[in-house]
Ligand binder design. Structure first.
Ligand code: FAD
Length: 472
């Protein structure tokens, strides 16, 4: 018979992993509270295995005791998927100790790593080998590759290199039965049955625990340039994107947009950050990488901006003169989520639409939201090149943000997601479903799709041991 605190399970876990790696007392809030401070869970224990074998042992022990498991990497997820519920009955499995680069194969352009490696450390490891691992996002100093793969993270380089899914060739996964599946392949071609790797990528810890990955590397570009440009409308940003794609081809690695309000929040909360261009309805951030070197890159990039000025697509532009200037341009963009959280809670959306539909979406949805909630503020920014906007809704000035969310979040979501659906978009482009968007999934995906998802979940995890209540 299981005592509510499962002493038998805890002592078996201590015997398997070492006593200091099973934490059931003291302050566990770093693991129990999410990055947005929206979900405050309570774990039976935090368990920190050091290898795939220890993860497998943890899963088998938890299965024997009927205790469910929430996998966690860097705890930077934004949909409540990586923190335990508040029942005090779930084991939080942190991959943080699994942080070894297992090997780099230069000729094959691959790197095999533990799932708990922090993304920035992997970028550095690739760089140290004279190569590039292009996955890049504002949380890169804390998020882990296991979390990136579990959420199929996107980031700022998707336009050129794809999502985390496209950057992964092989996986090692611990199944809900506590077996280790070694799928660490470095092959770029392998048509031998169902693609299990792609099933686990984006499954948010509900189908298996990712313990290792083989990742794609790329030659480092000879030069990389960043520019900011101001546009009078979103339509002009879309036209600028088209011009840039035509002129720069695959060299265009990033194309982001930020509305005036989002850069205003950065000015307000981080006044020390330089904003090189005057305030404008929209600011585009572009990155161009060239294999021929800096002089060529500058000629092509500046040529594009001159054409855009002549065509009336942009009002003003600034090309970074140094790596430091380039970094500070990206820093502006990446400070928006932090400036928003300084401003207070907001209703976050992470939507995808065909790029062509984005101006119409914003025009209609801005108007519908203003009509329903006068004074509402829109923190609209994102990866326009990928058709992905973080279309976030902040309460009117002076209103209580928490109360606004408690009262109006469902109605706000309804307006936004109905408009997304009408234009054949997605209610979650990057962040995943987690707890936050579980109801949307059932409501807005086709019943056929939801039925297949449920069948996969019950085939791989029949007892509902892994991250129950997430995604489905
Ligand atoms: C400032 C900021 C900026 C961000 N920018 C972007 C962005 O540009 N693009 C983007 O896509 N996302 C972005 N995100 C969200 C993004 O999902 C995460 O940053 C990242 O991918 C999650 O990694 P993590 O290690 O922190 O995962 P966690 O938060 O720990 O977990 C996320 C989910 O994955 C599961 N999980 C974690 N590790 C494993 C594992 N090893 N095996 C199985 N399941 C696992 C968890 O159970 C949870 O469901 C941002 C977040 C922040 C805070």
């Amino acid at each position: 018979v299981n005592h509510p605190s499962h002493p038998a399970l805890l002592s078996a876990l201590r015997a398997a992993l070492g006593p200091s790696h099973v934490i059931d007392e003291g302050d566990k809030s770093a693991w129990e509270r999410d990055w947005r401070k929206r979900w405050n869970g309570k774990a039976l224990a935090v368990v920190r295995p050091a290898s795939a074998a220890e993860v497998a042992a943890t899963v088998r022990l938890c299965a024997q005791h009927g205790v469910s498991i929430v996998p966690q990497g860097g705890n930077t997820g934004l949909v409540g998927g990586g923190v335990p519920d508040d029942s005090g009955t779930q084991v939080l499995l942190s991959l943080g100790r699994m942080n070894r680069v297992r090997g780099i194969d230069r000729a094959n352009l691959t790197m095999t790593v533990d799932a708990g490696c922090v993304l920035q450390a992997l970028q550095q490891a690739a760089d140290d080998a004279g190569l590039l691992f292009p996955l890049s996002l504002a949380a890169e100093g804390s998020c882990t590759i296991g979390g990136n793969l579990a959420t199929n993270a996107g980031g700022t380089q998707v336009l050129r290199y794809g999502n985390a899914r496209e950057l992964c060739l092989g996986l090692e996964v611990v199944t809900a039965q506590g077996e280790v599946w070694d799928g660490l392949s470095g092959l770029r071609k392998d048509n031998t049955g169902y693609d299990l790797r792609d099933l686990f990528i984006g499954s948010e810890g509900t189908l298996g625990i990712i313990t290792g990955a083989t990742l794609k590397l790329f030659p480092r570009p000879a030069a990389s340039l960043t520019a900011l440009a101001t546009c009078g409308s979103l339509q002009q940003c879309v036209a600028l994107l088209g011009l840039a794609q035509g002129r720069l081809g695959a060299g265009l690695t990033g194309f982001e947009v930020m509305n005036e309000f989002s850069l205003g929040l950065v000015r307000q909360h981080f006044p020390q950050l330089q904003q090189p261009l005057p305030a404008s309805p929209w600011t585009a951030l572009m990155e161009y990488a060239d294999t021929d070197g800096e002089a060529n890159a500058r000629t092509r990039f500046e040529g594009l901006l001159e054409s855009a000025l002549e065509a009336g697509l942009i009002d003003d532009a600034a090309v970074a003169e140094s790596l430091a200037q380039s970094a500070s341009m990206w820093h502006l963009r990446e400070s928006i989520p932090l400036a928003q959280s300084e401003e207070g809670l907001n209703v976050k959306h992470d939507i995808a639409l065909p790029v062509s539909a984005i101006p119409a979406f914003c025009e209609r949805t801005d108007a519908a939201l203003q009509a329903a909630f006068p004074g509402i503020r829109l923190v609209n920014f994102g990866h326009l090149g990928d058709g992905n906007l973080h279309y976030n809704v902040q309460c009117p000035p002076g209103a209580d943000a928490r109360e606004f969310l408690a009262r109006h979040e469902p109605a706000v979501n309804h307006i936004v997601y109905d408009a997304v659906q009408a234009l054949a978009g997605s209610f979650s482009a990057e962040h995943g479903v987690g707890v936050l968007k579980r109801d949307e999934l059932v409501e807005r995906k086709s019943p056929v799709a939801v039925g297949m998802m449920r069948a996969i979940k019950s085939a791989l995890d029949p007892s509902g041991l892994l991250n129950p209540g997430r995604v489905l």
